[in-house]
Design a protein around this ligand. Structure first.
Ligand SMILES: CC(C)(COP(=O)(O)OP(=O)(O)OC[C@H]1O[C@@H](n2cnc3c(N)ncnc32)[C@H](O)[C@@H]1OP(=O)(O)O)[C@@H](O)C(=O)NCCC(=O)NCCS
Length: 158
């Protein structure tokens, strides 16, 4: 191993499970995904997710503790289909893209799902994210159908 390769390995992001303390670092990445969020909002969401043993969030951290990516997976359980693992979100910091980190986060999510017995990993991606679609196809993901999303704001019950 060369000295340069050694130095590169030391700078390479490390992938590890997320902790509540990561909320501050994850918030700007939510913005880069298109969902501007405050650290407080992310903390409240992380509290629920990390308290649920059926879900997982992994972060990519570079030495110096800066977070440059995250991935969230959870079970999609329905009456009509066998459970599968589903991607809740994936983002790599703008300056760190196209270096394989997104692929590594996907590998981690697939490993998590396989180890828990899931037979498939599913994800939903906005029709506008053409580059992300090429990324998923390269990783072996096919898109068997398209869907429309419906949503309605609900008035609080009290
Ligand atoms: C999609 C994404 C997670 C891939 O991460 P990455 O670390 O760049 O992935 P890799 O280096 O393993 O693979 C690179 C490929 O990802 C895709 N990609 C690269 N930059 C991208 C960008 N700005 N936006 C979307 N996709 C991109 C391309 O297919 C790219 O291939 P190329 O480098 O040959 O053009 C990352 O680009 C990203 O965070 N994009 C914005 C948020 C997003 O679209 N998330 C997915 C939501 S479904």
């Amino acid at each position: 191993v060369t000295v340069a390769a050694d130095a590169r390995a030391r700078r390479a992001p490390r992938i590890r499970p997320a902790r509540l303390k990561d909320a501050q670092g994850l918030a700007p990445l939510c913005g880069q995904l298109g969902y501007p969020s405050t650290p407080e909002e992310v903390l409240a969401r992380l509290r629920r997710i990390l308290a649920d043993p059926l879900q997982a969030v992994y972060v990519a951290e570079i030495p110096g503790r800066r977070l440059v990516g995250w991935i969230h997976i959870f079970p999609h359980v329905t009456v009509e289909s066998d459970p599968c693992a589903e991607l809740g979100g994936l983002v790599v910091e703008e300056g760190q893209r196209s270096r394989g980190l997104g692929g590594r986060l996907m590998e981690q999510a697939e490993r998590w799902a396989r180890e828990r017995g899931y037979r498939a990993l599913t994800l939903r991606s906005n029709v506008l994210r053409a580059r992300a679609h090429a990324f998923y196809e390269r990783l072996g993901y096919a898109s068997p159908k398209s869907q429309r999303v419906f949503s309605k704001p609900l008035r609080p019950s009290r």
